[in-house]
Design a protein around this ligand. Structure first.
Ligand code: C2E
Ligand code: MG
Ligand code: MG
Length: 441
């Protein structure tokens, strides 16, 4: 190749995957639009982002990350026709142009094919790596005519696909712009919330069923914003998780909860445990164990008084790595519990290898314990499973005396829920702790 050609190639193709880059994509899009206009056909524009690429990169390293990207691009390319274009934007984002299509169905069929192709693991560096895509789709001339706006539409639709739980595709709709602006606004506020110290922790008591004794509290974060009021975690934790803001927020939560518990212990409230939620992104942070260790040391709380709640999803995704992290946390002496248990997919074989202390029955099963036979069966099974593995079983979301009776009869060890108390600010918890101690005297 002549130097000039080489240079042209470098500026138009992605060096890693050999796919057209963003610049060449623009050319191709312009040509494809001209052809579609002339032939009066549709043009499908897809924007595809990988759901968990950052996690892979962080945990397995950039070299493996690069190989994953190469494998992904090969697999995606394998689903397309010669006349389609696939380009890499850089990072873990790709665009696909589907030419000469005549119906929406043809386009969605390709999207389904892409999702199906990515469902099987990639074999990279002698491991099975699971990568799922979120796909946004827009169609010329139905959604827009201008190339810039088509690309933007597809990207907006992809963000929507991520919010719909990832690993799916979404067709662009005009209201996506407004929704994404709202989200961006929330994100900007959330970013500032850390510096402005707008977060507060509420604590929900956890009780031993046989004695009615408060044995600990779960720390639940709240966001107190001037304009938005008190924002519940369901509204901002997923966003924090997506943007990575969960890492500094989570660290603040952990630090505050440990300090609070240390203060309660030194005020003579007895040996209580504080449970702190860890999101998947936090759990996968390389320096998690170090952070926990530092925070315990700084706060002066003994490791045994801290419990980390980890969701099934965090540990079942990359089980071997998860076991290493869990083992190290266990070695520190912290308690570990599996939150929302029963909602995900757990393998018994792995469960045996996780050094966890507790299974936390998800509140969705507890809610209908009285009326739904399946839910009742799940609860009794999880409790029995906990016993079998020598673990403690705790139920969350207990609202009625009947639910508590059911749990007691079936051997569940602990519970938390509105029946005893909602999550409360520290002062509220203190009154409950005092009352609980008096009752039991
Ligand atoms: P989770 O860890 O499963 O927490 C239990 C949720 O159930 C809490 O909701 C709690 O207020 C609620 N709850 C407790 N008792 C009852 C009851 O009797 N009935 C009903 N209907 N609900 C009850 P909350 O505080 O809104 O938190 C929701 C989720 O947000 C948590 O689910 C957890 O996954 C996440 N979260 C909360 N705080 C944090 C945090 O500091 N870090 C992270 N990573 N996630 C958090
Ligand atoms: Mg929890
Ligand atoms: Mg839960």
């Amino acid at each position: 190749m002549k130097a000039e050609q080489q240079l042209a190639h470098l500026t138009q193709y992605d060096a890693l995957t050999g796919l057209p880059n963003r610049m060449l994509l623009r050319d191709r899009l312009a040509q494809a639009l001209a052809r579609a206009k002339r032939a009066q056909t549709l043009l499908g524009v897809m924007f595809l982002g990988l759901d968990n690429f950052k996690e892979i990169n962080d945990s397995l390293g950039h070299a493996v990350g690069d190989q994953v990207l190469v494998e992904v691009s090969n697999r995606l390319r394998g689903c397309l026709r010669g006349t389609d274009t696939i380009a890499r934007h850089g990072g873990d984002e790709f665009s696909i142009l589907l030419e000469d299509v005549h119906s929406m169905e043809e386009i969605t069929r390709v999207a389904q094919k892409l999702l199906a192709a990515m469902a099987a693991p990639l074999r990279v560096a002698e491991r099975d790596v699971y990568v799922t895509p979120s796909i946004g789709i827009t169609v010329y001339p139905l959604d827009d005519l201008a190339p810039d706006r088509l690309l933007r539409n597809a990207e907006l639709a992809m963000s929507q696909a991520k919010q719909e739980g990832r690993n799916n595709f979404q067709l662009f709709s005009p209201d996506m712009g407004a929704r994404s602006e709202q989200r961006l606004d929330l994100q900007t506020r959330l970013r500032r919330a850390i510096e402005r110290e707008e977060f507060v922790l509420h604590y929900q008591p956890q009780l031993e069923i046989s004695t009615g004794r408060i044995i600990g509290v779960e720390a639940l974060v709240r966001w107190n914003n001037d304009e938005l009021g008190l924002v519940q975690p369901a509204r901002f934790i997923p966003l924090a998780e997506d943007t990575g803001l969960i890492v500094p927020i989570g660290e603040w939560v952990l630090r505050t909860a440990c300090r609070q518990m240390r203060a309660w212990q030194s005020q003579g409230y007895g040996k209580l445990v504080v449970a702190v939620n860890l999101s998947p992104r936090q759990f996968n942070q390389r320096n998690l164990v170090q952070t926990v260790e530092d925070i315990l040391r700084d706060s002066g709380l003994d490791a045994g008084s801290l419990e980390l709640e980890i969701t099934e999803g965090s540990v079942m995704r990359r089980t071997e790595d998860a076991i290493v992290t869990l083992d190290r946390l266990h070695a520190l002496g912290v308690q570990l519990s599996l939150d929302d248990f029963g909602t995900g997919y757990s393998s018994l074989a792995y469960l045996k290898r996780f050094p966890v202390n507790k299974l936390k029955v998800d509140q969705s099963f507890v809610r209908d314990i009285q009326t739904n036979k399946d839910d009742a069966a799940i609860v009794t099974t999880v409790v029995a499973l906990a016993k079998l593995l020598g673990l403690t079983a705790i139920a969350e979301g207990v609202e009625t005396p009947d639910q508590l009776d059911f749990l007691r009869v079936n051997g569940c060890d602990e519970y938390q829920g509105y029946l005893f108390s909602r999550p409360l600010p520290p002062e509220g918890v203190e009154s409950l702790l005092q009352a609980n101690a008096r009752e039991r005297r």
